[in-house]
Design a protein around this ligand. Sequence first.
Ligand code: GTP
Ligand code: MG
Length: 380
Amino acid sequence: MPESNFIDHVRIYCRSGKGGRGSMHLHHAKYSYNGGPDGGNGGRGGHVILRGNRNMWTLLHLRYQKHVMAGNGGDGGANCLTGRKGKDEYIEVPCGTVVYNAETGKYICDITAHGQEVILLKGGRGGMGNYEFRTATNQAPRHAQPGEPMQEMQVVMQLKLLADVGLVGFPNAGKSTLLSSVSAARPKIANYPFTTLEPSLGIVSYRDGKSFVMADIPGIIEGASEGRGIGIRFLRHIERNSLLLFLVSCDSNDIRKDYEILLGELRSFNPELCSKKRILAVTKCDTIDEELIEMLHSDLPDDLPVVFISSVSGLGIMELKDVIWNELNSKSNKLDSDFQEKSLVHRDLEREEIQVVFAESDDDMNSAGSDEEDGEILYI
Ligand SMILES: Nc1nc2c(ncn2[C@@H]2O[C@H](COP(=O)(O)OP(=O)(O)OP(=O)(O)O)[C@@H](O)[C@H]2O)c(=O)[nH]1
Ligand SMILES: [Mg+2]
């Protein structure tokens, strides 16, 4: 099998730059013998910054990048010269990337929007030169500060695709066929299990130019949570979807039982997945007649809407889109506006674990050696 281009998990060592030393210097010139202190401040070390990029879909570009190291700040100089600022390092990541500390497993941050920037590791502040320490009673201070040290961390980045609807079903249920019939996505389709080995996204257009995003993931089988099949690793890509579309083929012996097996596997991966809105689609209905469809109606799960569809003949596809759209926009599926402003994701993430402070109110960055750009940079 050729190596896949879909990379959704990378581990990188990151290090910010250390702050430059403040200078201890006393001015000395031909006609100004005791010219006083003039040691400049050290420059701040470079930050390691994460930046969301909507043109990226995987973490492939980081696959072979094992280290990201920002530049060190320059030392201060005589004549009150401030040291140069260390070069910031930007790590571009696709929207939907979650970052964890690799050693502790602690959640660090979540990049959800294009252009969103989060300082992963702050560069050390530059030390103050002796010019800053002059006072009326100490006119020639002979000390200056060293720069702050660098910070380092091993981080794990995981991509969780951002889609509205996630497809869940056994292998061969017709997930990829549905995605390719309702969107321009062209996932591989074939009549054998595990055709799909990596997730793909498609934009489904709906009435009046509206659209939503659908994610196709590899099929899961009974026991997937114990590692059977290709396991449930890919289920994290539907963690952010606000709606789950279960697909069960109409030739199944027991549609209700199949649905319950799928639900059970989801539950053992993450019980919260079961709190999402669900829809069941019975697929491949072009292969059975209307009488059989009527018969199947009698034994269906009753806690969710059920639609009979065929991606080949188009049967029930419009009805399915209507049901999806209504569920996506139903009141119970909306997050409060306060949360939506901050994030694109649909479901709560362990947000309480991160502390974010906006640059404007960040006083501790106003000390020597720091010259921050304006903008909405988040500090963690
Ligand atoms: N007759 C008919 N065949 C279908 C329909 N949908 C899918 N199929 C066939 O079912 C087979 C499996 O379809 P896929 O879309 O690859 O199934 P999948 O769920 O993506 O399977 P995996 O990727 O292996 O998990 C293919 O041979 C499709 O042609 C349908 O609506 N009608
Ligand atoms: Mg498939």
